[in-house]
Design a protein around this ligand. Structure first.
Ligand code: FES
Length: 105
């Protein structure tokens, strides 16, 4: 079972994730602070924004044009920003580390 690491306000939390879900659903099902996910994963709210640990960023499937369009409007966007609802969980992401932006956490 892949493990996803969340960093919220400097505090790490490691959660076992079911393959086939998304990083956003792992966060919301486990009450990770700062991942609101208002649109439920529809790639239309950006309230699931995270920073992906640089070591992992290039290993993930690239962001879709829709995701990039949403990220563009965030104040605190960084080069390693992603929407966690667009990151699929499978065995390849075991150990993935994401940081919840301080303005959300
Ligand atoms: S949950 Fe709305 S964009 Fe990710």
């Amino acid at each position: 079972m892949p493990k996803i690491n969340f960093l919220v306000s400097g505090t790490p939390e490691t959660i076992d994730a079911d393959p086939g879900c998304t990083v956003m659903s792992v966060a919301t099902l486990n009450n990770v602070s700062g991942i609101v996910a208002e649109c439920g994963g529809g790639c239309s709210c950006a309230t699931c924004h995270v920073y992906v640990n640089q070591e992992w960023f290039d290993k993930l499937e690239p962001a879709s044009p829709e995701e990039l369009n949403l990220l563009e409007f965030l104040e605190n966007v960084k080069p390693n920003s992603r929407l966690s609802c667009q990151i699929a969980v499978d065995d390849d992401v075991d150990g993935l580390t994401v940081t919840v932006p301080p303005t959300q956490g």
